[in-house]
Ligand binder design. Structure first.
Ligand SMILES: Nc1nc2c(ncn2[C@@H]2O[C@H](COP(=O)(O)OP(=O)(O)OP(=O)(O)O)[C@@H](O)[C@H]2O)c(=O)[nH]1
Length: 305
């Protein structure tokens, strides 16, 4: 915890969403490449996945991926599921990226509303549309596309960008800074702290429980890191963690026959945590029942809520 600054900055969680191939990863690389002090690793979680942290002298933008929010045609026509809605809560802004070069030349408000409208109806925070790949677009098409999008929803801004060349990305940051609250950095400016490493390790374990058990388990499991010890001499991190479940009936599902499932969870988690920490890890997992933990304020506090 050595480099947490107490200076206030503009900081916030910003969801980066959009259809596949829109250029989200490319944008991320460009933003991080230019501005980065750190990149947090990418643990996949069922809630939000931190994609990267963009640091400036007086701001910190935490870009997150909210699963379920990726506008595929199928999803747009359906109700967004609970997870998607949940994962949007607490977002300070949403970036919705489209491949502008792939939009049909005669894209009308009606057509784009049909495709994206239901999606925006669910978002109540400031939303910025990023019209990506303008390097491929005849510049005369840009204004009409902005015009069409402006009729779909009261967006905070509609910004033409090229994730590849970086064109428009400064405007994006400037725009975000007008909506992000003044607060503290979520992450230290230059390095991951023990605190965030612990948090990410817990998220990785939770992810493995989710991936390897299914059923109702993911919603009733929580992971607490009991201890996290770095042994620099032996180049190893020893982690003790507890997986909390709500009901006794869930315990055998997570533990498995002869402990096989828990072992599988532990092995998969260890592999990812080793990658995260760039260190050998010895991981010890326990499973405990904590009835109604989702309603237990004290416990939620321990989890960092
Ligand atoms: N010309 C051009 N190509 C781009 C731009 N941004 C992304 N691309 C290309 O578009 C393709 C998709 O980009 P990605 O960044 O992988 O898109 P994504 O949204 O992360 O895709 P998923 O991972 O499928 O969600 C890649 O071939 C990129 O090189 C851009 O601004 N200009």
């Amino acid at each position: 915890m050595d480099s947490f600054s107490t200076d206030t900055v503009r900081s916030g969680m910003v969801a980066l969403v959009g259809p596949p191939n829109a250029g989200k990863s490319t944008l991320l690389n460009t933003l991080l490449g230019q501005k980065i002090s750190i990149v947090t690793p990418k643990p996949q979680t069922t809630r939000n996945r931190i994609l990267g942290v963009v640091n400036g002298a007086d701001y910190q933008i935490v870009l997150v991926d909210t699963p379920g929010l990726h506008a595929s045609t199928g999803l747009l026509n359906r109700e967004m599921d609970r997870v998607a809605r949940e994962s949007l809560k607490g977002m300070d802004a949403v970036l919705f990226m489209v491949d502008a070069a792939a939009l049909p030349t005669a894209a009308t408000t009606e057509r784009l509303s049909r495709e994206y409208g239901g999606y925006f109806a669910e978002i109540d925070g400031p939303t910025i549309v990023l019209l990506n790949k303008i390097d491929l677009l005849d510049h005369r098409r840009v204004l009409p596309i902005i015009e069409v999008f402006s009729h779909i929803h009261p967006f905070q801004a509609i910004i033409p960008v090229s994730a590849r060349t970086g064109d428009g990305t400064q405007r994006l940051i400037d725009e975000l800074l007008t909506v992000l609250p003044i607060g503290y950095r979520y992450f230290p400016e230059d390095s991951l702290t023990d605190a965030s490493e612990r948090f990410l390790a817990a998220e990785i374990i939770r992810e493995k429980v989710f991936l390897l058990t299914g059923q109702e388990i993911p919603y009733s499991s929580a992971v607490l890191i009991d201890s996290f010890e770095e042994d620099d001499v032996r180049g190893r991190v020893t982690i003790h963690a507890t997986i909390f479940l709500e009901r006794a009936s869930q315990k055998p599902i997570v533990i498995g026959k002869g402990g096989a499932k828990l072992k599988q969870i532990g092995m998969a988690a260890r592999k990812d945590i080793e990658e995260l920490l760039a260190s050998r890890v010895s991981l010890h997992l326990w499973v405990k029942i904590r009835k109604h933990w989702t309603r237990d304020g004290q416990f939620l506090k321990q989890l960092g809520f």
